[in-house]
Design a protein around this ligand. Structure first.
Ligand code: PLP
Length: 429
């Protein structure tokens, strides 16, 4: 496989764009490579500028649950664009989107659209602080909630990938109100809440962590957070930017039966266009301007192209049996990958829920950031490179998820397992 054109484009990009990429984790630095440059994509397949084809398990980092260039999405965007790309004036589409979200996500009574997941979490934190009149927030190590200042503490995603603990440019005074605790350790949260619960505005959590690789909540963890928030009048925020519409129509909150006060959404809700949303209890959402006095706004919020792409995606996901299909595909894939690793004698812990998964190159159980960081990133780099050469595109980082879409056919999954079996052999060498 040749990457001559990608290499030239990367060199050119580096002259004009810091690191040649518009989001750090796209750089394949952590796996010892340059990024490939994509020309086009359809279904589960990517084509790069050199003409190489890959079966894609990144899906634009989660949004493309129905696959690339799905005809319904393309048509919805085309139709919307013909009528205008943005108005900054309310549209009926925004009502349809809000109704759809309320219908699908159990805890949401009202929703506000924004343009990214980062905006959703920033706004939800501001709302929680404004609503409670408190300053402190609790988050969890290895969870990533976008790049808003107060949440960029012990974050996963690109920071974990590149080994960056926090970020210069964020004043101490801003993060001094953020407490970051170990994921899945309810005891520590209880202890902190006993001491200062009345000062804590919000606990924000990825109900399934998917930015330190994939880490499932231990039984009782989410329920315990709910109880603590109830006891101390703290707002429970589920960041479902990844898990929303991915694990079930109602996201992780449906799967685990725990209802947060506020939910942050992104990725799938935009069908591949730039969108985020936050929503929740009516009583809390009504504090937002213009009815309330907590401010948040956006020139492109509720953009008609994004609403159309998102609605078309959510409509597909509302068909009966869709999540069972995704479950079956992902289970089949993970089973095959685990067998390949075992046959090669390589220790890999497969963490998966629905169509969201990750293989950690470690023999130990991965239940939090500390155990995730014990994974062998060099082994992952070899695995990534071998998969890429075999025409399989995985995330260029041990600490990111893989996403199975409706567009992955059994033959794609079989091919993936076949290439992976060889890749695991190379890892062992
Ligand atoms: N929250 C979670 C759980 C995410 O995974 C991400 C992005 O990966 C974000 C928030 C931020 O979303 P965005 O990149 O759209 O700003």
């Amino acid at each position: 496989m040749e990457w001559e054109k990608s290499k030239r484009l990367y060199e050119e990009a580096c002259k004009w764009i810091p690191g040649g990429v518009n989001s750090p984790v796209r750089s394949a630095r952590a796996v010892g490579m340059n990024p490939i440059f994509v020309k086009e994509a359809r279904g589960c397949r990517l084509v790069d500028e050199d003409g190489n084809t890959y079966i894609d398990y990144v899906g634009s980092w989660g949004p493309l649950i129905v696959g690339h260039s799905h005809p319904d999405i393309v048509e919805a965007v085309r139709r919307a664009a013909e009528k205008g790309t943005s108005y900054g004036i309310p549209t009926q589409l925004e009502i349809s989107m809000a109704q759809k979200v309320v219908e699908m996500v159990p805890s949401i009574d009202m929703v506000r659209m924004v343009s990214s997941g980062t905006e959703a979490t920033m706004s939800a934190i501001r709302l929680a602080r404004g609503y409670t009149g408190r300053k402190k927030i609790i988050k969890f190590n290895g969870c990533y909630h976008g790049h808003g200042d107060c949440l960029l503490v012990q974050s996963g995603s690109g920071l974990a990938t590149l080994g960056i603990p926090g970020s210069p440019g964020i004043p101490e005074e801003i993060v001094m109100h953020t407490l970051s605790l170990p994921y899945n350790d309810l005891g520590q949260v209880e202890e902190v809440m006993e001491r200062m619960g009345k000062e804590v505005a919000a606990i924000i959590v990825e109900p399934v962590a998917a930015n330190m690789g994939v880490v499932l909540p231990r039984p009782g963890f989410l329920q315990g957070l709910r109880k603590l928030c109830d006891a101390f009048g703290t707002v429970l925020i589920f960041d479902e930017v990844i898990s929303g519409f991915r694990l079930a129509a109602g996201g992780a909150q449906e799967v685990f039966g725990v209802l947060p006060d506020l939910t942050c959404l992104g990725k799938i809700i935009g069908g591949g266009l730039p969108v985020g949303a936050y929503g929740g209890k009516r009583e809390i959402m009504m504090k937002m301007a213009p009815v309330g006095d907590i401010y948040q706004a956006g020139t492109l919020s509720g953009n008609p192209l994004a609403m159309s792409a998102g609605l078309a995606t959510l409509n597909i996901l509302s068909s009966a049996g869709i999540y069972e299909v995704l479950e079956e595909k992902a289970n089949y894939l993970v089973h095959g990958l685990a067998e390949g690793a075992k046959a090669a004698g390589v220790s890999v812990r497969m963490n998966r829920i629905g169509s969201l998964g990750c293989g950690f190159f470690t023999a130990e159980e991965v239940c939090d950031f500390e155990s995730a960081l014990k994974a062998d990133t060099q082994a992952y780099a070899v695995f990534f490179q071998e998969m890429l050469k075999g025409g399989i595109y995985m995330a260029p980082s041990q600490f990111e998820a893989f996403f199975v879409s409706l567009a992955h056919e059994k033959s794609d999954l079989d091919r993936t397992v076949e290439v992976a079996a060889q890749a695991f052999e190379r890892v062992r060498e």
